[in-house]
Ligand binder design. Sequence first.
Ligand SMILES: NC(=O)c1ccc[n+]([C@@H]2O[C@H](COP(=O)([O-])OP(=O)(O)OC[C@H]3O[C@@H](n4cnc5c(N)ncnc54)[C@H](OP(=O)(O)O)[C@@H]3O)[C@@H](O)[C@H]2O)c1
Length: 344
Amino acid sequence: MSKAKIGIINVTSYMGAEVARLLYRHPGIELSFITGRSEAGKKLGQVFPHLSQLHMVIDSAPGEADLVFSALPHKAGAETIAPLVDKGVRVIDLSADFRLRDSSAYPLWYGFEHPVPGLLEEAVYGLTEMYRSKIQRAQLVANPGCYPTSAILALAPASKAGLLHGDVIVDSKSGLSGAGRALSLKAHYAEANESVVAYALEGHRHLPEIVQEVEAIKEGAVALTFVPHLVPMTRGILSTCYAPSAGKLSAGERGIAELRQIYRDFYQGEQFVQVVDELPQTKHTLGTNICLVYPTIDLRTNRLTIVSCLDNLVKGGSGQAVQNMNVMLGYSESTGLEQLAVYP
Ligand SMILES: NC(=O)c1ccc[n+]([C@@H]2O[C@H](COP(=O)([O-])OP(=O)(O)OC[C@H]3O[C@@H](n4cnc5c(N)ncnc54)[C@H](OP(=O)(O)O)[C@@H]3O)[C@@H](O)[C@H]2O)c1
């Protein structure tokens, strides 16, 4: 079988560099181009010494490829991708530009009119565990956001089983790489170290994405509050999701056992979502494509409490994108993604 030619647009972002790292040992592909606006003409190893073994030079514009990863910021992503899709190239977009189905949500949440609203219908939301068969045939995959991946994977089994009732709260903590590689005051060491801060309480951009997908599972409206926090670590997201139980489970410990069984059944056969019996922590997922999910019930209040965690740069972004590429190209889903977590 000949190797698929793969391109990476914006390799100079965290997401682009992480896709390159994950593809290094992938036996079924060859990297045909990598682009990066500010570093074009340089060897990749000059910009990212940890990627020097790839022996690639950064291009200024996309070249020929069967499948392209785009790791551009929102708006720039859609503008660059549209002509590629027109030419028949398969694209996995890591930005938010094709995640929301309703084009009128873009001015509201992202501050721009969508330049190619017609493509929103064509794009497949790239949460692999939910949309695998559509992803297989897709030309354009909208890779999910990092917070949404952790929240949707935590809530999906409960939602599907009709257990979510009333208000749902998603409380998430993220490492600083979630904010990207571009410099900003909030990411300065002196600002972020030994400090935890909540932000975007009036509505984070990932809120409509989480609501869209939880409502698609539930097939009905959901009242969802999402509160993200920045914590002083490099990678990782831990989300704790709360919802009043709909009263469909038995009382007491038996209800907790039933809930866990619902989660195990839902994710049976999935390699990258593991329902665990011990409380997970971000370090358990560091560098891996795995999302750990721990469902329980607060028996005093009868509140479902579901903890999920993942590495935002891997399952929350580039790893999931490579998982989707494997599905699209017919490779085993875990090819290139089999590494264990880094410890300690
Ligand atoms: N970080 C995460 O955890 C995460 C997770 C999931 C999805 N995402 C999404 O993935 C995409 C990349 O995220 P990231 O965090 O990796 O980004 P990032 O590290 O912040 O990337 C920023 C880079 O993008 C380039 N850039 C900025 N504006 C551009 C433009 N108009 N045209 C071309 N290049 C431009 C700049 O490169 P130059 O220096 O070369 O100008 C800059 O270094 C974003 O859409 C983001 O929302 C991020």
